[in-house]
Design a protein around this ligand. Sequence first.
Ligand SMILES: [Zn+2]
Length: 65
Amino acid sequence: MADIADIAQERIDAENIVRMANINRFNTPSRSTCIECDEPIPPKRQALGGVKHCIDCQNALERRR
Ligand SMILES: [Zn+2]
């Protein structure tokens, strides 16, 4: 049986990873134009941070997965 302190520590580690990922995302500036088709990316979308694709290309990308 796992020690309760170990479980708590694991949860903290997971939260830190999520937090770091979010910080990296916000530190990465969005492109003002799409990396694929050069269409301008709407400012509202750029505000998300780390955006490289316009909505159309992002949708196409997600459909391909
Ligand atoms: Zn595009």
